[in-house]
Design a binder for this molecule. Sequence first.
Ligand SMILES: [Zn+2]
Ligand SMILES: [Zn+2]
Length: 130
Amino acid sequence: MSAMELACPVCDAPLEEAGRTSRCRLCEGAWISEDVLVAILEQRASTLVDLPWEPRQDKPRPCAGCKAEMQTVNLGSVQLDRCPAHGVWFDADELAALLKQAKAFTTKEMAAVSEPKHGLLGKLAKLFGG
Ligand SMILES: [Zn+2]
Ligand SMILES: [Zn+2]
């Protein structure tokens, strides 16, 4: 992995590494690569997630990495900016808001697979639980 210089899409200040995210000290926004975002949401939801990006009309911001105009998108009720190649920008508090909605992005296939299992476990628990 090459260390790409990241700059805040809002303040143009250099982003600082913070765990799996990069943060802007000035506006407290966060930059996250899309695969890391999916991993964080899957950890939250305890299952696979699929992100339903919805296009939104807004003033585009420059990507923190390549500076190209990002897509303005909605994910759940959160408004985000997205460069498909480099990552997703969260304004302050948007990441926390999105994490609360993690379970809403659970893939249907997983739900279908896990439900009969739960049913069976439930029955077994009753059998053995007396
Ligand atoms: Zn900033
Ligand atoms: Zn980019």
